[in-house]
Structures are given as C-alpha cells and as structure tokens.
Design a protein. Structure first.
Length: 359
C-alpha cells in the first residue's frame, strides 16, 4: 500500500519543543511505514495446490495456485498415470503403470510414505477416494477392482469383474457408487462401495475412457475415445440419455464444481471441448498444447488445468471466458493431474474440565 505519493519535509513549528518533537516522531513513523509498504509485495492467498504427474520423469510436481510457484518435486514410481488426494489435502495416491504400484504421498512433507504392490495389480488405471469408505483402484489387466483402507493404506477388498479393460472411474451418491469405464467392453459398470458389487453394466459406445460426475451427482459424463463423442448418463435412471460431439480421441473429463459444465480433453485435435451438461450442447472448443490428457478444475470453478503430454506444460483455461490465460512448465510427459485445497489445519487439543489444555 502506498500512503499518498512523495513525502515532503515538514516545516519546523514554532509552538514549542514538545510539539516539534511530536511532529518529528510522527514524520519518522510515516516515512518508515511508507518505505516498508512500497518495498513489500502484496500477500496473495493460496487457492490450493496443483498436482501434476510427469509420466516420462516418474515424478509428482506440486504447484501453489495461483502463483504457479513450484513447492516440491517428488519421485514416485515408473510411468505414473493418475493422482487423487484425500479431502483434507494431506495425502495423495499415485498409480504407477510401469511398476505396477501405488505410491502414497505425504502432502505435508512432500515425500512418499510407502509404495503398495497388491497381488494381481496389472495395468492399474483408475483411482478415486470415497469419503469414509477408502480408495477405489481399477486393474484393467487382471479384471479386478481394489478397495483400500485409507487410514492404514492396506487392501481391504478385491473383486473380479466380467468386463474388459477397467479404467477411469467417478463417484456419486456420497462416494457409495462408482461408475467404472470398461474400455475393452465398450461399457460402464455401476459398482456399490464398499462391497464392490456390480449393480448394473451399461453399454455406452466405443472405447470409453475418462469419466466424471456433475457436482450434484445427477449426471455422469463419459469420453468415448473411439467415437469422438461423450455419453451423458442419468444416474437416477442408470441409462445413457444423450451423446454430444467432442474433438478427436477424447480422453479425460472434469466437471465444474459450481456450474453444469464439463471439460473434455481431445488428444488428437490438441484442444478441449467445453460442454453444457444440463443444456446438452457444446459451449466452446479451446486449443491447448499437444496431446492433452489429464484435466482438473479448481475449487472455485474458475479455471481448468490441462496437462499437455507432448508440450511438457499445463494450459490454464478460464471458466467462463473459454480461453487459455497462462501456461505452467512441467517435467516430461505430464499426464495425471489434480487440484487440492490447502492442507487442513490440525484441530487444537481439547481443553480439560478445569479449562487447562493437556500438557
């Protein structure tokens, strides 16, 4: 803050030494505050953190937003594909396709706490955190779904599916339902959490890839990579209600938290399609970098972050506005991406009955 332009030397007053000393002290304080304010950069509150996986580097990069400051680069496993974080922002899970394994990352100290290698984990792909239930993980190569206890980071339940190529998934019903895209079977499975029981399997179209749920849980949007379209599912009727055009080879989907918008990345046309889910129409097509894959939206719903795997960058797309407003340099082959809030502050210790805090 600047306190009103160039300071002038105050004239000496003739009202006595006490008044002169008072004015001089005030002038010194005013000048010092002005210089301090002019030299200090205004504080900028953090919106949260952007997590970016570099598939070719085997690293997780953590950026502060909106400053884009790099907070940490954490080595994970080989060919990391997908990343999700717990709701409190304290822990992240990373699927590594090249190992295969699951890295558990401490987001307070930016280090890998442990690496999990469950039996029969082959071609892992999709990952989601179900509040109070655990972590759901798909294994397309072994036709399995895993449920992990998020408190102990151990496998709690495993089931075998009758669909091929289980991949990305989205959660609805407060995390009690998972919608799993089966790329090899051209279908989506509706799975109950935590039992992992398949409730229904829906044919959706060729090569379903990315999946996302609208903020109200009413719709699930599925990218059909083999058709250049997305399918919109009505979760109450458990059926496809419409298909909308996208670009070439649509890959991933993210839904805005405060508007009926879906952002779809198109790998072969190097752009994103922005769709009005409720109105069921294409809103805009925005060119980004080369071979866009992962996409995430900030918690305010004002920015979409798009990982460009062949440009080694993340494009920032304004919502609304629907244009690229910035780029963030990354490592080699950015793919999975997530936006998480700042870590929750620890709860203060409870006071005892006497009013004193425990020692």
């Amino acid at each position: 803050m600047v306190f009103g332009g160039r300071s002038e030397r105050a004239p000496w007053c003739t009202g006595g030494p006490l008044l002169a000393a008072t004015l001089l002290a005030a002038l010194v304080a005013f000048t010092g505050a002005s210089r301090a304010a002019e030299g200090a950069a205004p504080a900028r509150e953090s919106d949260g953190r952007l997590l970016v996986l570099n598939q070719k580097d085997g690293t997780l990069m953590v950026f502060d937003e909106p400053s884009h400051a790099l907070l940490a680069t954490v080595p994970v496993g080989r060919e990391p594909r997908e990343v999700v974080a717990t709701l409190d922002g304290r822990k992240a899970y990373v699927v590594n396709g090249g190992d295969p394994s699951l890295s558990v990352v401490d987001l307070l100290h930016y280090k890998v706490e442990r690496s999990l290698r469950p039996d029969q984990l082959r071609e892992p792909r999709g990952l989601a955190v179900s509040p109070g239930r655990g972590v759901v993980l798909t294994s397309g190569g072994s036709h399995r779904l895993f449920l992990l206890d998020a408190a102990r980071d151990v496998v709690e339940r495993v089931i075998t599916t009758n669909q091929s190529g289980a991949g990305f998934l989205a959660l609805t019903h407060g995390g009690d339902r998972a919608w799993v895209a089966n790329r090899g079977s051209d279908s989506v499975s509706l799975v109950e959490i935590p039992s992992l029981k398949t409730l229904k399997t829906l044919p959706v179209g060729p090569a379903p890839e990315g999946v996302a749920a609208s903020s109200n849980g009413r719709w699930v949007v599925v990218a059909l990579q083999g058709a250049g379209q997305v399918a919109i599912l009505d979760t109450s009727r458990t059926q496809v209600v419409t298909r909308l055009p996208a670009g070439q080879a649509p890959s991933r989907v993210a839904c805005a938290p405060k508007a009926p918008l879906a952002v779809v990345t198109n790998r072969l046309s190097d752009d994103v399609s922005i769709l009005d889910i409720a109105g069921r129409h294409l809103v805009a097509t925005v060119p980004v970098g080369r071979c866009p894959g992962g996409v995430a939206i900030n918690t305010r719903g004002t920015k979409a972050y798009v990982a460009n795997s062949e440009s080694n960058s993340v494009s920032i797309v304004s919502l609304p506005g629907y244009e690229v407003t910035g780029q963030i340099p990354t490592g080699a082959g950015p793919e999975g991406i997530a936006f998480v809030p700042p870590p929750a502050a620890p709860s203060p210790p409870r006071a005892t009955r006497t009013g004193r805090r425990p020692s």
